[in-house]
Design a protein around this ligand. Structure first.
Ligand code: SF4
Ligand code: F3S
Ligand code: FES
Length: 248
């Protein structure tokens, strides 16, 4: 069954732009990305959109659909009424390059600022051993497809460009938590999380968790435990004593 849908798509570039209305055919089983592709093929050949897998796995097609951050390839058209206007806009937290494509380099910058896994100096490759439950704990975080929808949604940076320098966002605070929970990681992640990556900015609103297409419990399983680890460190009597002695 086909019908004509009403689409409103943001068209423009870094200089500015506007929402443009389209009427476009929709067929059974299609997702928003199919419709955007049909618009490109039939009415707007210069419409810019980033995508790759069309299977919810590459994290490229992130956008806002009726104001909700989503993957366009995983958003089914049958979740809308046939006469409903479907509005598609680029992610708001990142600068627009053109139409639905944003410049997500903030995220790559933050990724570079997290040092890689640091194994203990006395272990050689092949000698690493860890418990299955530790493996399973980080497994959830490694499902991340780097769609950056959580980064786009977090209110700390969504309308606050000024916070970007000091806040790495849920995706990279989760990466730090993953490394801190790794029993063999020898780097100090706790101070860095608080001092360099802005863990304290997060007031656990959980909006990041709500939009994650991989259903990772970012707040409950990564950010809150990381906050607890930072606090434990701060109030650990041995650490407290050590800091006191060092300050003398
Ligand atoms: Fe996307 Fe979830 Fe990874 Fe955030 S944590 S980048 S929402 S997959
Ligand atoms: Fe932002 Fe998620 Fe914390 S939305 S405030 S990082 S819980
Ligand atoms: Fe790969 Fe949508 S095209 S996640």
């Amino acid at each position: 069954m086909s019908y004509q849908a009403k689409f409103r798509v943001w068209r423009g570039d870094s200089e500015g732009g506007e929402l443009k209305d389209y009427e476009v055919e929709v067929n059974e089983g299609e997702v928003v990305l199919d419709v955007i592709h049909r618009l490109q093929a039939t009415q707007a050949p210069d419409m810019a959109v980033r995508w790759n897998c069309k299977a919810g796995k590459c994290g490229s097609c992130s956008a806002e659909i009726n104001g909700m951050p989503k993957l366009m390839c995983m958003c089914r058209m049958n979740t809308f009424e046939e006469d409903e206007v479907v509005t598609v806009t680029p992610m708001r937290t990142f600068p627009v390059i053109r139409d639905l494509v944003t410049d997500v380099s903030y995220n790559y910058q933050k990724a570079r600022e997290v040092p890689a896994f640091k194994p203990p100096a006395d272990l050689k490759p092949g000698e690493y051993r860890m418990q299955q439950q530790d493996v399973e704990r980080s497994q959830e975080f490694r499902k991340c497809i780097e769609c950056f929808l959580c980064q786009n949604t977090c209110h700390v940076i969504r309308d606050h460009e000024e916070n970007k320098e000091n806040f790495s966002g849920p995706r990279f605070l989760m990466r730090i938590a993953e490394l801190d929970m790794h029993p063999l990681d020898a780097a100090d992640r706790k101070n860095a999380a608080q001092e360099e990556h802005g863990l304290g900015f997060c007031n656990i609103t959980k909006c990041c968790t709500e939009v994650c297409p991989e259903h990772i419990k970012i707040t409950d399983n990564a950010l809150i435990p990381m906050k607890e680890r930072v606090v434990d460190r701060k109030y650990d009597p041995l650490v407290w004593l050590g800091n006191k002695i060092r300050r003398r």
